[in-house]
Design a protein around this ligand. Structure first.
Ligand code: GAL
Length: 670
């Protein structure tokens, strides 16, 4: 089905957020219309938590309230992103279908009274979800307010119930074909775990000691596939009645229960939710990290920031407000990297219920507040960026990202509790962000030839195909940095024998790792080049590579720690330990210089973020965000869309979106 682009329907970038009018009355709705107009809201996500209202009892739908809100929003010039309410089944549902409640790994079945109290593998839940999605699509598929379908909300919850067990067995049969193959893959010869019938196999529930790692990894894969199947059913039920694009908002936390590459292929528009977890410039780096991931899951296409905390930064056990100006800066950080707008959770701060203290576009204090003034200013800014619609950012460097490798790091029994997937991934991205580069994330098996440099910070699990792909990338002229504890197991979690990392990759790196030697928690030692390391070390020898820095402690003294190998027409670098921040940033800088990767807009000081969005017709725009406390002169003056005037400097904390000067002789980018 040909779906019309969201921004064509909106006539520009999207601005708005989750709108839950069922919490309020007619007086407030009237005020909402007026305030949305003031804030330039053009898209509202409606219905996310409305199951109890829309289907008050099984099979009986009540649409009057929703008719009224959709018509009202349409009259007010606000388009609707209509959600299916399946993330929050009402109490009647769970009382009628208690077997659809989720069960934890310890066997405890949850009760209703919160949200996300469902198991995606439970047949009753799947049926009810399909039914309500179809009913909504039938009624609203052609509604003039409708611009986008929003299936569910953040598919993140896990379950270990008997329905999940049954579906897992079906999935395992398809993956492994026979019990023999499964036993082989899971290494059940050890600890007497051999399965002799499929019915014996369970989800990885709590057990006495380490759970079988193959079982745990397969369960993660299964769960992602099962969730994707649940999404597809709703999507297809909607598509039968509607030609509007369909998405589901992907949560971007520091854990992940879904393969977001797979979801990226099944949605009409990738949409993500981002909540910063640190204040100040770290929040900006975090926004860039999630935005670059979102664009990558979209295959480089434009995507949408579906939710972000309006005035919220989650730091440890408290929720901080954002710094003045952050609402605009964070919104632009996402737009710079290809988001077709900026949406928030939620429009009006709840006065009661579970999320009373989550910030919103209209806070408890009302429109006479710093938050609403900043929201309005951001809405005005976004409204000026309509010409960016359909363009996207491009990158010359990539960080490798693989869900299997992530899930593999969560299994029991790894050699150090400090081994982590997402930390090294964020650190690699941060070093590139600090260097002023736009970053793609790439799956390790995809063609990498377009990238000048590729970083592999966390690929504990590496398939033969990926190892060969990386070898070829270096041979063909690429610059690759592989970090410690990479290429250690194959897709069945079987250890690589004969030395790490996996053989074809080792060839490109010119090294062979013989032994892992985790450091004690908090232990710091020096390398021969003066850098400090912590957490991990490895005993390795060079097989063609040059050693750039050596260990100086204990048994490893004098042995290589950091190596570089000229291989084919490229270079394979290997870092066998965790460097201190400054040394890691310097190392990434050396690599970028060698690879010839430079910021797209040179001449700006560190601390000024600059990302370019390119349109298919060759036009481009530089989005600039000054994170410094002082004004910064621009390398050359330009026309700023935010002020519709020429700018030659960025004030402290200021932003600009410059139309790039098109060189008539320059061929439009591919
Ligand atoms: C999101 C979620 C929203 C809301 C928000 C609160 O992850 O999708 O429904 O709960 O967090 O910050």
């Amino acid at each position: 089905m040909d779906v019309r682009r969201l921004t064509d329907r909106l006539g520009g970038l999207a601005f708005g957020g989750d709108y839950n009018p069922e919490q309020w009355d007619a007086e407030v709705w009237k005020q909402d219309d007026e305030l949305m107009r003031r804030a330039r809201v053009n898209l509202a996500t409606v219905g996310v938590f409305s199951w109890a209202l829309t289907e008050p009892e099984e099979g009986r739908y009540a649409f009057d309230w929703l008719d009224a809100h959709l018509d009202r929003l349409h009259a007010a010039g606000v388009a609707v992103d209509l959600a299916t309410p399946t993330a929050s089944p009402p109490p009647w549902f769970t009382l009628a279908h208690p077997d659809a409640l989720p069960v934890g790994p310890d066997g405890t079945r949850l009760t209703h009274g919160s949200r996300d109290t469902y198991c995606v593998a439970a047949p009753a839940y799947r049926l009810a979800a399909r039914r309500i999605a179809a009913a909504l699509a039938e009624r609203y598929g052609d509604h003039p307010a409708l611009a986008l379908w929003h299936v569910h909300n953040e598919y993140v919850s896990l379950c270990h119930c008997d329905h999940a067990a049954a579906a897992f067995r079906v999935w395992l049969r398809a993956r492994h074909g026979s019990l023999d193959a499964l036993n082989q893959a899971w290494g059940t010869a050890f600890w007497s775990q051999r399965y002799t019938s499929w019915e014996q196999i369970l989800p990885p529930r709590r057990s006495q000691w380490h759970r079988n790692p193959g079982q745990a990894l397969d369960y993660s894969r299964f769960w992602s596939d099962e969730t994707l199947a649940a999404y597809r059913e709703q999507r297809d039920a909607i598509r039968a009645h509607s030609d509007r694009p369909v998405t589901t908002n992907l949560m971007m936390p520091g854990y992940q229960s879904l393969d977001l590459w797979a979801f990226g292929r099944e949605v009409d528009l990738v949409s993500v939710d981002h909540y910063p977890t640190a204040p100040g410039v770290d929040a900006a780096a975090h926004a860039a990290f999630d935005a670059d991931r979102a664009r990558s899951f979209a295959g480089g296409a434009p995507w949408l920031l579906m939710e972000s905390g309006t005035n919220t930064v989650y730091v440890g056990d408290r929720v901080l407000p954002k710094e003045p100006g952050d609402i605009l800066r964070h919104s632009l950080a996402h737009i710079a990297r290809g988001s077709e707008g900026a949406l928030f959770f939620q429009w009006r701060q709840s006065k009661a219920g579970a999320e009373t203290w989550h910030s919103s576009m209209v806070p408890h204090a009302g429109p006479d507040s710093r938050t609403f003034r900043e929201v309005t200013a951001t809405g005005e800014a976004v409204a000026r960026l309509g010409e960016l619609a359909g363009s996207t950012a491009r990158a010359e460097v990539a960080v490798l990202h693989d869900s299997d490798a992530w899930w593999a790091m969560n299994v029991d029994g790894l050699p150090s509790a400090e081994l982590d997937y997402i930390g090294p991934l964020r650190r690699a991205h941060r070093a590139l962000w600090d260097a002023g580069l736009t970053v793609d994330f790439a799956h390790p098996e995809r063609d990498l030839s377009r990238y000048r440099a590729v970083l592999a910070p966390a690929l504990f699990l590496l398939t033969d195909a990926a190892a060969e792909n990386l070898r070829r990338y270096v041979a063909d002229g690429g610059t690759l940095l592989v970090q410690h504890f990479n290429g250690i197991v194959d897709e069945r979690l079987h250890a690589r024998l004969g030395g790490y990392p996996a053989a074809p990759l080792r060839e490109a790196l010119g090294i062979r790792v013989e032994e892992h030697r985790p450091l004690a928690r908090g232990e710091e030692v020096a390398l021969s080049d003066g850098s400090t390391i912590s957490s991990w070390s490895e005993s390795l020898r060079t097989e063609g590579a040059e050693a750039l820095a050596a260990y100086t402690h204990g048994l490893l003294a004098g042995r290589p720690a950091l190596t570089r190998h000229a291989f084919g027409s490229g270079h394979g670098w290997y870092l066998s330990t965790r460097l201190d921040d400054a040394s890691y940033t310097a190392l990434v800088g050396r690599l970028l210089t060698e690879a010839g990767a430079a910021p797209e807009l040179p001449g700006l000081p560190a601390g000024v973020e600059a990302v370019t969005r390119h349109a298919p017709d060759g036009r481009s725009w530089h989005v600039l965000i000054n994170h410094l406390d002082e004004a910064v002169p621009l390398p050359q003056p330009g026309h700023d869309l935010l002020t519709d005037g020429t700018v030659s400097r960025l004030p402290a904390g200021g932003c600009a979106v410059l139309r790039a000067i098109v060189n008539a002789h320059q061929a439009p980018p591919a």
